[in-house]
Each structure stands twice: as C-alpha cells, then as structure tokens.
Design a protein around this ligand. Structure first.
Ligand code: FMN
Length: 218
C-alpha cells in the first residue's frame, strides 16, 4: 500500500469483527517494528500478544472487574508523573474522543466498546522495564506507531487504548509479564466491523489548526 494511503487510514477502530488474525502475521509485524529507532539502540520495548482462549478468559475477567467498578490503576500512572499541562487537558476537553461521542449523544457507544475490549481478537501489550528513563516511553511510542502502521498496511485495523491496561495484574497473569516490567500500553488488532456505529467516521475527533502546534523560525 502507498505510505500516504496507510497513514490516511490511521484512525482507531472501536469494534472488531469476530474474525481471527493470523499469528504469523502478528509475528511479522513485530519483527518489522523492531526496525524502530531507540535511544542508543536501547530497544527497551517488549511485545506480548494474547489471542484465542487466553484472550477470551482475560476478557471475561476484565469485564467482571469493570462491572464491579474496579478502580483502574495503570502501571504508568504509578511510574510516571501524571500532572498535565492545560494545553493537552483543554484539547481533551474540547476535542477528545469521548467528547465527540458525548456531543453526538452516544457516549454509551464509547463506554461499551472500551468495557468489552473492543471485541479485539488479538491484543498486543507493550512493556518497558520499570526502571526506565523518559526516553524509553518515547521509544515505546515509536515502536507502537510502527506496529500500527505495519498492521494497517496489511489491511488490519488497530485500537491503541490505555483502558486495555487498566488492570495490569490481569494482563501479567495472562500474558506472562514479569513484575519488573511496566505494562505501558496495548494495541487491539483485528478486522474492522464496518457496520458498527461506534466506528462511524463522524466520531473521528478533529485536530487543532496547524498554526497552534507548529512554528517555523528561519
Ligand atoms: C496512548 C493512547 C491511549 C488511548 N486510550 C484510549 C482508550 O483507553 N480508549 C479509547 O477509546 N481510545 C483510546 N485512544 C484512542 C484515541 O482516543 C484516538 O486515537 C484519538 O481520539 C484520535 O482519534 P483517531 O485515532 O480515530 O483519529 C488512545 C490513544 C492513544 C495514542
């Protein structure tokens, strides 16, 4: 696929079809994503794919915890400072994904999709060592972006979501992640359910005008 076309497809998918993804394809994607740059080639990332019966069981426990109202406690929330400047906070309040659903009077579509792990047939959990500098978070983000673009190029759809890592102990149990790694992010991968309302293009949040984020000096 032409790179511009791949990039133009980069919007999240909040409901996947039941169709399985090929495990060899996932391994190929991760192998290719290892080409991503990282500080001094530190390659701090690790990727843990969960699918099939293991994901079914994980999802069951996840949904039960959501139903109980279990408090989300992502590893990054304890590992990193989460004090946000007003600039991103205001963007979330004005242009955030949940706002877009809210203003269309469809917030329940957003919540239901998150609460059911987007029906993803495969989730890739991404970790870095707990003892990491901020650079490693940057490296993990690049690695995640590589995974998503490579997946889109293969006709797959992607869903990066911190809600997928809300209960790290569950992820550790099913993915076999050691205690000294921080479960940073997760990406759901599969085939888009094009009929699902939650995936409608009207829910893609707008971006800021270029001039508010870009400045050229010469
Ligand atoms: C780090 C990160 C965490 C995210 N977490 C969630 C999430 O928990 N739930 C969700 O529905 N979307 C989540 N998203 C998706 C964003 O809401 C989405 O990318 C953004 O609103 C822009 O929409 P678009 O990607 O469709 O253009 C996350 C995206 C990123 C990069």
């Amino acid at each position: 696929m032409d790179f511009e076309d791949v990039y133009a497809r980069e919007h999240v998918t909040r409901k996947f079809l039941n169709r399985k993804v090929n495990e060899k394809t996932i391994a190929q994607i991760i192998r290719a994503a290892q080409n991503s740059p990282s500080l001094l080639n530190s390659q701090p990332w690790r990727a843990y794919a969960v699918m099939g019966d293991a994901l079914q069981d994980l999802r069951k426990e996840y949904e039960a915890m959501v139903q109980e109202g279990a408090h989300a406690h992502e590893d990054f929330a304890s590992m990193l400072s989460l004090h946000w400047d007003t600039f991103p906070s205001q963007n979330m309040a004005n242009l955030g994904a949940s706002q877009t659903y809210f203003f269309n009077n469809k917030l329940e579509l957003f919540n239901d999709s998150n609460n059911t792990m987007f029906n993803a047939p495969c989730v890739i959990y991404l970790t870095i060592p707990k003892e990491s500098p901020a650079w490693s978070v940057f490296d993990l983000g690049i690695f995640g972006q590589s995974i998503m673009l490579l997946a889109l190029n293969k006709g797959l759809a992607v869903m990066p979501a911190h809600s997928l890592v809300a209960y790290p102990e569950l992820v550790r149990k099913y993915a076999g992640i050691p205690e000294d790694e921080s479960v940073g992010m997760a990406i759901g991968i599969g085939y888009e359910d094009k009929k699902a309302e939650v995936n409608d293009a009207k829910f893609i949040p707008k971006r800021l005008p270029l001039k508010s984020i870009y400045k050229l000096t010469k």
